[in-house]
Design a protein around this ligand. Sequence first.
Ligand SMILES: C[S@@+](CC[C@H](N)C(=O)[O-])C[C@H]1O[C@@H](n2cnc3c(N)ncnc32)[C@H](O)[C@@H]1O
Length: 240
Amino acid sequence: MSESGHSYEGCHTARGLDEYCLLLGFVPESGLRILDVGASAGTFAKEMAERFGDRVVVDSLDLFGGEDVTEGRIIFTGSDDQAVEYYPHRRIVGDMTQKQFKLPPESYDLVVSLYAIPTWVDDLNSTITALIKMAETLKVGGEIRLFPVWINNLGYLSGFGHPDNFLQVKKISERYGYSFSLEPVVDEKGALVEEKARRLVIKKSSREVPPAEELMKTSLLRRLLLLLKEELQKEGNFLL
Ligand SMILES: C[S@@+](CC[C@H](N)C(=O)[O-])C[C@H]1O[C@@H](n2cnc3c(N)ncnc32)[C@H](O)[C@@H]1O
C-alpha cells in the first residue's frame, strides 16, 4: 500500500499500444517523447520501444515502482539528482496529485493517462494539481490526452465534480493559451466505446501555466456559492 492508500495489486492493468491509441486518439510516430501517467506495469512503453526502438521515448510514471517491471528500474523519485537514464523506458515513481512532486519542465510532446488521471482522482484540487504538473512538463505545441472522464446522470465529471468546475478550469486555462476539448471515443466501426465517458484533450500553445491559486480559488468560490444556493433553496428561498 502507498501513503495515499492505493493498492498496486488492486489496480494492476496492462493495456497495450492498440488500446492506448484507440482510447486516447493518437497515432504513434517517430521522434515523440511521451509521458504515461499511471502507467502501471508500463506495457504501453514496452510495446512502443518494441515498435520504434530509440526513435520514441516513453517514460512510465506511477505511484509504485512495481516488481513486475522487467525492462526498467525505479530511476526517478522526483529530484533530478536521483535520475538515472535506463532505456528502453524510464520508470518514474511519484504522485501526480502531490504539489512537491517535480517533473522536468517542457520535456514531453505528449502526456497521456489511461484509466488513471482523472479517473482515480477523488477531488477537484488534486485534479488541478495533476493537470498543472502535466502542463508544466509538456512542451509548447504538445498535448495532454486523458481517458476516461466519466459523466454521471447529473453531468458530474470524474475528477472535476460539478460541470461548472470543468468549465471554469477550461476558461481560465484558455486565457493562458490552452485549449480544452471533451471528445466521444468511437471504435473503428464508429460505435461509442463507452457511452458515459469522454476523452479530454488539452493543447498547449504558450509557455504560461495557469497559477494553481487562481484555478483553485475560483473553483472553490463557485462551489461555495452553489452550496449556499442549495441551502437557500432548501429553506424555500428561490430568489438566487
Ligand atoms: C487502472 S491502472 C491503469 C494502468 C494503465 N494506464 C492501463 O490502462 O492499463 C491506474 C494506475 O494509475 C496509478 N495512479 C493512480 N493515481 C495516481 C497518481 N496520483 N499518480 C501517479 N499514478 C497514479 C495507479 O497506481 C495505477 O497503477
